[in-house]
Design a protein around this ligand. Structure first.
Ligand code: ADP
Length: 475
């Protein structure tokens, strides 16, 4: 762990194992922190706040820029660590590290653009001035599926704004977090400004985050269930929250779309990170005029995918994170096929060639999916693509919006007005129009409805870490 500028063990002296999901092998021992460690880290962040927030934005910017350079230079090493502890193919891990570094660069720049405002006041002898100031100590909790970029997406804007931070990474992937904190240390982030608490049981650390009055903001990426728990806890002291939670993305292939082009995109984004991304499509709605061409192209591409250890060449499907993830996928596939879905490929665990040592599930395609099936409503977080035919473009918005999630959605169409209508009508925070990667450090990322609160990235992302203060002056 990294607390107050020093690498340290847990107060209890305990550690926990980190394992490789590709083969179950132990790869490291990491300090098993708990409530006392979180408390110590929060105190350090509190003590460092006056100094860090008192530095100029230019000074903070230079440190973040240095961190960007160091993280970019170590891209391959961090990516190897990521593949080993998380399982995604090395090339995908390299892309993620770059995406993660991009947040350091973007917020090194945005640090200098926290502009205030002067507002005409109602009285002649009055002046209104608006300032933005850092909220204070931030507690951050991040997931295992994007174990580097989800950290910098929080740490970079928090530090740019002048906040100090305590981060708890996911118990499955603490090693990427350790690499990133080494980068921050070497970049010159002062002691106490960024603190890392690792732990196997998230509950006591999370409890300290929400109950310790020194924490003024909770930022979380993970499941909707845990997000709600933290938001409820944070409400007691009215801490600010930003939450990036689950999704159930619809992927719409409208009547006039090119179904083959759409299928190529759909495969790439559905099996991204073996389906373990909150922006993965969870319902592929295809107009019946194109369903045959779409399905043929989709299935033939899926059949060519190779599962295995992400450090090996030519692998596009890594392991799922754990046994629970496999069970969820198995349950959804069994439920769908029992209710009449057609299994077009996959539909089973992968056990040959040593894959039985990891958590592998074959990339799977289901046809004839209907609204009564679990997979139509429940987030899958695995490599299963449910295809649903529809016959009227006019009904599709209501079908796509029929979910309590609202993170990402995708639309394929050649018709400009259909593109604009669906873009405006979809109740989701991120819409790809003939595009499967509508993300980037400069773009606001976040969800509507039960997919979350607030935005990360873009110029909006830094405002999650700033308070607005009005000054009314009589002169
Ligand atoms: P998943 O089910 O995908 O692992 P979680 O929401 O459980 O999603 O995990 C995301 C992050 O939230 C991880 O860092 C995990 O340790 C953390 N987490 C889970 N439960 C709690 C909790 N009660 N308090 C704080 N953090 C938690």
């Amino acid at each position: 762990m990294f607390i107050n500028g020093e690498w340290c063990a847990a107060v209890s002296g305990k550690t926990f194992d980190v394992t490789n999901p590709a083969n179950g092998e132990k790869i490291a021992d990491v300090p098993d922190g708990g409530q006392a460690d979180a408390e110590r880290a929060i105190q350090a962040a509190h003590d460092a706040f006056a100094g860090w927030s008192g530095m100029t934005a230019y000074e903070r910017s230079r440190i973040l820029y240095k961190a960007y350079e160091l993280m970019s230079a170590r891209k391959e090493d961090i990516a190897r660590t990521m593949t080993t502890e998380q399982g995604k193919p090395l090339r995908a891990a390299m892309n993620e590290v770059q995406y993660g570094a991009d947040f350091l660069l973007w917020y090194a720049e945005e640090a200098k653009r926290v502009y205030g405002e002067t507002i005409p006041a109602p009285r002649g002898d009055q002046r209104f001035i608006v300032l933005h100031q850092p909220v204070g100590v931030v507690a951050a909790v991040t997931p295992w599926n994007y174990p580097a970029s989800m950290i910098t997406r929080k740490v970079a804007p928090a530090l740019a704004a002048g906040c100090t931070i305590v981060l708890k990474p996911a118990e499955a992937t603490p090693l990427c977090a350790i690499e990133i904190f080494k980068v921050l240390e070497e970049a010159g982030v002062p002691a106490g400004v960024a603190n890392l608490v690792t732990g196997f049981d998230p509950k006591p650390i999370g409890e300290e985050f929400v109950t310790n009055p020194l924490v003024r903001k909770i930022t979380f990426t993970g499941s909707t269930e845990t997000g709600k728990l933290l938001a409820r806890g944070a409400a007691d002291q009215m801490k600010r929250v930003s939450l990036e939670l689950g999704g159930h993305a619809p992927f719409l292939v409208l009547k006039d779309a090119d179904p083959v082009f759409a299928a190529k995109g759909a495969v790439l984004v559905k099996y991204l990170n073996t389906g373990q991304a909150c922006i993965c499509p969870n319902r592929l709605f295809v107009h019946e005029s194109g369903i045959e061409a779409f399905t043929n192209e989709f299935v033939s591409r899926v059949e060519k995918m190779r599962a295995g250890n992400g450090l090996d060449q030519g692998i596009n499907i890594g392991p799922l994170v754990n046994e629970k993830a496999i069970e969820k996928v198995e349950r959804q596939v069994a439920d769908a096929t029992a209710k009449g879905a057609k299994l077009l490929c996959g539909g089973h665990r992968l056990m040959d060639d040593g894959l039985d040592k990891g958590h592998y599930y074959a990339p799977t395609v289901l046809g004839d999916v209907t609204p009564d099936m679990l997979i139509y409503r429940e987030e899958t977080f695995g490599p299963v693509a449910p295809i649903i035919a529809f016959d009227d473009d006019d009904d599709i918005l209501a079908m796509a919006n029929d979910t309590h999630y609202g993170l990402a959605a995708y639309v394929y169409t050649q018709n400009l007005s259909a593109a604009m209508r669906t873009f405006e009508g979809l109740r989701f925070g991120i819409i790809g129009i003939n595009d499967i990667n509508p993300t980037g450090a400069a773009a606001p990322f976040g969800g509507q409805k039960e997919s979350g609160l607030g935005r990360e990235g873009g110029h909006e992302g830094i405002f999650e870490y700033l308070e607005t203060k009005l000054g009314g002056f009589s002169i």
